[in-house]
Write a protein that binds this ligand. Structure first.
Ligand SMILES: C[S@@+](CC[C@H](N)C(=O)[O-])C[C@H]1O[C@@H](n2cnc3c(N)ncnc32)[C@H](O)[C@@H]1O
Length: 246
């Protein structure tokens, strides 16, 4: 009996010492913020778009990300056959910027998914029509598709390993963000980029854990850390899917 207690005591002390001596063991808990990597600081450009679009002036959830996207997506600019998937297109601010700046080759394609929820006084159908009009104005009509529905359902119908770039900006409930990430990861090609929005949403809105993307993004990145590189982590998180051999 004494020997048994002695063994347990030694094991307990050893584990405690290992955690104390190795901060990595502590730092890898799922709720820790990820390492801070800042490609550029968010800033709203004076002229974010080349053309005039129908956007609600008080509902800009995107343009301050442009300095970061310009750097992160520079190698995709103008390349043929770039397939972009956006979850949560809303009025199309990010989708239109992608059409104007990255998906400029006529063979590149945009796939959007949205539920088109009512946003205050604007009804979902109004937002959908605004999105379609903006995509048409940006020249994306013939090379884009729109899926209306829950991303957690619709992502299951898309082909595996088929997208170069995926932007996750739909539901911000932690469980939904995690499901979007898991389902989208299989749709992303090796070497492709995945962007998450609103890592600090809770800090902004004072919401509870269930309605913030941070724990979902932390969990996803931590569990998949051997198959991805963290490219940027500030208000947005950008990861690259490693090629299997690397
Ligand atoms: C913050 S807005 C997206 C902003 C947009 N990316 C832009 O650049 O303006 C979030 C969008 O996600 C949609 N959404 C919310 N939950 C969703 C879900 N479960 N599936 C699909 N879309 C969803 C909403 O209807 C809304 O239009």
């Amino acid at each position: 009996m004494r020997i048994k207690i002695g063994i347990y005591l030694i094991a307990f002390l050893y584990l405690g010492l290992a955690i104390f001596m190795n901060p990595r063991l502590v730092a890898q808990t799922l709720t820790d913020p990820l390492e801070l990597i800042v490609l550029a600081k968010p800033k709203k450009p004076v002229e974010p778009y080349k053309k005039q679009y129908d956007f609600h002036k008080d509902k800009d959830y995107f343009t301050y990300n442009i300095p970061i996207w310009q750097i992160a997506l520079s190698s995709y600019k103008g390349r043929p056959d770039i397939y972009y998937l956006e979850i949560g297109v809303f009025e199309g601010r990010s989708a239109v910027w992608m059409l104007e700046n990255v998906l400029t080759d006529p063979t590149s394609r945009l796939t959007g998914i949205d539920l088109f929820l009512d946003h205050l006084q604007d009804k979902g159908e109004t937002i959908k029509q605004r999105y379609l009009g903006n995509v048409k104005e940006a020249g994306g009509e013939g090379r884009s598709s729109l899926i209306v529905g829950y991303s957690q359902v619709e992502l299951r119908n898309l082909p595996l390993n088929s997208f170069d770039l995926i932007y996750i900006d739909g539901s911000h409930a932690a469980a939904d963000v995690l499901e979007d990430a898991v389902l989208s990861w299989r749709l992303l090609k090796e070497g492709g980029l995945m962007i998450f929005d609103d890592y600090y949403l809770q800090r902004n809105l004072g919401q509870t854990n269930e309605t913030e993307p941070m724990p979902a993004i932390n969990a996803f990145v931590t569990l998949n850390r051997k198959s991805l590189d963290l490219i940027h982590r500030d208000y947005q998180v950008i990861i690259r899917k490693r090629a299997r051999s690397s």
